[in-house]
Design a protein around this ligand. Sequence first.
Ligand code: 2NL
Length: 369
Amino acid sequence: MTEAITTTTAGDDLEALRRETEAALAAATDLRAWDAVRVATLGRNGRLTALLKGLAQVPAEQRRERGAALNRLKAELEAAIEARRAELEQAALAARLRAERLDVTLPPRPTAPGTAQDGGIHPISRTVEELTAIFGAMGFAVAEGPDIESDWHNFGALNIPEHHPARQDHDTFYLPPGPDGRRPVLRTHTSPVQIRTMLTQEPPIRAIVPGRTYRADHDATHSPMFHQVEGLVIDRAITLGHLKGCLIDFLRAFFGIRDLPVRFRASYFPFTEPSMEVDIGWNRRTGELGKGEDWLEILGSGMVHPKVLANCGLDPRVWQGFAFGMGIERIAMLKQGMTDLRPFFESDVRWLRHYRADPLSPPSLAEGV
Ligand code: 2NL
């Protein structure tokens, strides 16, 4: 071999090395095989390395030309080897991406209850899902808004003036004054979201607003952070009859009692006129809903006050509607037979395991929520 090199000037051996190396590279279909070709060519004992070492034995008059040819070949082979590496790495990556492909849209596999990895839906979230399913079927859309509100959105627009006793009743959390000198509040009800909805959307409006609300109050039935859902319907000819039908249907669907007794009782709210509190039939002694002689207050409602409509830029001679509000913890507790509100926010896993809902079984009206 060395003999052949030293006696060749035409470079046939270099041409052969090029062809053979290129063929070996093409035949190398993985990085291991590729590396073997690289070592066999450019390695310490590689064929090209041997040719370069042999240059010393080449007669002086041929050495210059052969040296240049060898250097050209070296550059070409290095480039070919590098190009093949890139190709194989690309192919390996593509194969790996194909093999490790994961469909993140597949539903999770059901796991045995009580196993470490199983999760559940918090009863507040579940109740919101149920409410949304029921009102959604009646054509209501969900609206959301900020937890930190201006005094005007939380009180003023709702016809609750500066020194109205309702402000004291709300046990409001105030924040430090903003640049305008006014103190923002943590919303004491979700009504400011309905104010924002009326300010930004053209009627007809059918919205429900589930969300967090805040009042400085803490005992077995009050938490400083709790949840409400309010509803709002605005159109040209909405009446108290619509309010009653809507709420009776909702309460019967939510509690799953087809003939649940529902009573409307005159009341007062600054933002509705007339206003009505809504009671459902139950047995005070056993706590059973739908049976017995007793009444349990469950929510507040009324026809939106003309001043509230006007505050939101709606002409009360054209538009009217109804609104209602209820506490989510309260209706969840009644449905589940819970007696204390505090565990909702204490994150005790034993309580959560007991009251959680199955994430694979969302509420549906067909089965009864
Ligand atoms: C209750 C009573 C109620 C409303 C909330 C409302 C909102 C607007 C205008 C008029 Cl923007 N009314 N909301 C109306 C009546 C009652 O809630 O006891 N909630 C727990």
